[in-house]
Design a protein around this ligand. Structure first.
Ligand code: ZN
Length: 335
């Protein structure tokens, strides 16, 4: 573990920055979903060229730079979580600026900052955990891949963290994966070759308010409306609540992803909301897209006025913004 220490020179704090060096671009399902949900919206990456490794690496470095600049802005605007002191050696901003990048595997392996409400890398790790839960809940009745980790090449097995090596992995381009973690060659099958016996619904319930209103009160009352899916007999449900500032308004959204048994009735009050999408017997690619859509990173937190980002971070602090129900329920919670 690399020790990260910045330092105070007089009254000015000089941050320490790790020099991140790319190793490889991971291509497990969870990595692809995280890039779709966070990296591409954040850097406004051209979707047609996104699978090229040098472009993914360049985009990830751009995300590191954006995040580093924003941490200092947020600290200067008194974001409580970023305040260090001249008395203590460690500074929270140092950990945030050097949060271990996601999307591309990089050296050195720094710590994660866990500020997932704004850190794009920790948000990406949250997406990966959600994807694992959702993918694991959809039963595997027409398994076509071997349920073992496949990695980019033989060397990559040594650089994947032990827990990550066991994850189901896979690959978009057949040329990319040759050897699995156990050393055997694997047949690569297209993402569309697996169909799930359940149905999938995504939807977004959104409210906008004047930016003059008190955000903590808005967040309080909006969070209470999250449970309006209780009337639906879903098998599994994921709800992610986001708060953004756009065009002088607060935009509060509940984004839903539901897993339904065939025949489940959706009330019209729910099926008429924005972005409602019903997919019968989704393919794995459709499940991946649904998770990426539901967990899309709120870009305005990074590029909008940092004063609003600080207001949002303080208003959502300590509130539960992500909930899993039914068979998606998991002991791990992000609050
Ligand atoms: Zn982080």
């Amino acid at each position: 573990m690399q020790i990260i220490v910045g330092g105070w020179i007089g009254r000015k704090y000089m941050p320490y920055d790790a020099n991140f060096r790319p190793e490889f671009v991971p291509r497990r399902y969870r990595d692809i979903v995280a890039r779709d949900a966070v990296l591409y919206p954040l850097v406004q990456f051209d979707r047609r060229t996104r699978s090229e490794d040098p472009r993914v690496i360049a985009a990830t470095k751009q995300a590191v730079n954006m995040w580093r600049a924003r941490t200092l802005e947020l600290r200067d605007l008194s974001w409580a979580a970023a305040q260090g002191s001249a008395d203590s050696g460690a500074n929270p901003v140092d950990y945030m600026r050097n949060c271990r990048p996601n999307f591309v595997s990089m050296y050195p392996r720094t710590r994660t900052c866990k500020a997932w409400h704004i850190c794009p890398f920790c948000w990406g790790r949250m997406v990966q955990t959600v994807y694992d839960t959702v993918d694991g809940a959809f039963p595997d009745t027409s398994l076509v891949e071997e349920p073992v980790a496949a990695v980019l090449d033989a060397q990559a097995t040594t650089v994947l963290a032990a827990g990550e090596r066991k994850r189901r992995a896979i690959v978009m381009n057949s040329g990319d994966v040759r050897v699995a973690a156990d050393g055997k060659r694997r047949r690569i099958t297209p993402l569309s070759s697996r169909h799930f016996p359940y149905h999938l619904v995504t939807a977004c319930i959104r409210s906008t308010f004047s930016a003059r209103e008190s955000l903590p009160n808005l967040v309080d009352s909006f969070c209470k409306t999250r449970g309006r899916i209780r009337d639906i007999g879903f098998t599994g449900a994921l709800v992610l609540t986001t708060v953004e500032h756009r065009t002088n308004q607060w935009h509060l959204s509940h984004r839903y992803l539901l897993m339904l048994s065939p025949g489940t009735v959706i009330p019209p009050t729910f099926s008429s909301v924005a972005g409602y999408k019903y997919v019968e017997h989704p393919t794995r690619r459709e499940v991946m897209n649904a998770v990426a859509r539901t967990c899309k990173y709120p870009r305005s937190m990074m590029v909008g006025d940092p004063k609003n980002s600080v207001k949002i971070l303080h208003a959502i602090s300590g509130r539960r913004l992500r909930a899993l129900y039914g068979c998606f329920r998991n002991t791990r919670q992000y609050d």
